[in-house]
Each structure stands twice: as C-alpha cells, then as structure tokens.
Unconditional design. Structure first.
Length: 115
C-alpha cells in the first residue's frame, strides 16, 4: 500500500496550489479519501473528505469555498485544489485512505504561504 502526495510548495497569499495523492496497492475506488494538514505545534486536522461511491464531499469550515477535493478512480488519485491561500493554510498536507477499520496515510507534502 502506498500513498504519495505531491504538488506542495511555496505560494504567495491569494495564490493557488493543486495537491495530488497517487494511490497503489489497494482498491482505491472502495476507499473514502481525505486530506488532513498539520502545522507546527498544532494537531493534525481534517481539511476535506470525498466519499468512495457517491463522491460526496465535506470540508472544514476554514477552507469551505476555497478548497475543492476531487478524485479520479481511473487514475487512483485524489486531488486538493487550493485557491485563495492564506498564511494560516501553511502546513504539511497528508492524504488518508479509509475503508472500514483500515486507514492508510501518505508521507505528506509541505505547503508554505508567504510573501
């Protein structure tokens, strides 16, 4: 099982980034996929979730209207489009795959927001 995040980097406030998480080693389409983030000195927090079958989505209040989670089951990849980035969005972003009691995490990708 492998989850590999990419797309992080340094962006100015108001800018955009698109994170990707490529999955392998499990039946991707059956798993609920999520993005979490963890800033220095803070707990890891849920950013966005997308369902497996219905692809329903849920967002943290802090990113609602700015971030969009999506998935491509043919490519075994989940995305996080981040627009109107703020300094407080800076963190390591992780993707997570969940199916019943199974949880898999990626290694994370760093997002920095600074002018």
């Amino acid at each position: 099982v492998q989850l590999v995040e990419s797309g992080g980097g340094l962006v100015q406030p108001g800018g955009s980034l698109r994170l990707s998480c490529a999955a392998s080693g499990f039946t991707f389409s059956s798993y609920v996929m999520s993005w979490y983030r963890q800033a220095p000195g803070k707990e890891r927090e849920l950013v966005a979730v997308i369902g497996s079958i219905s692809s329903s989505t849920h967002y943290a209040d802090s990113v609602m209207g700015r971030f969009t989670i999506s998935r491509d089951n043919a490519k075994n990849t989940v995305y996080l489009q981040m627009n109107s980035l703020k300094p407080e969005d800076a963190a390591v972003y992780y993707c997570k795959a969940k199916y019943m009691t199974l949880n898999y995490w990626g290694q994370g990708t760093q997002v920095a927001v600074s002018s």
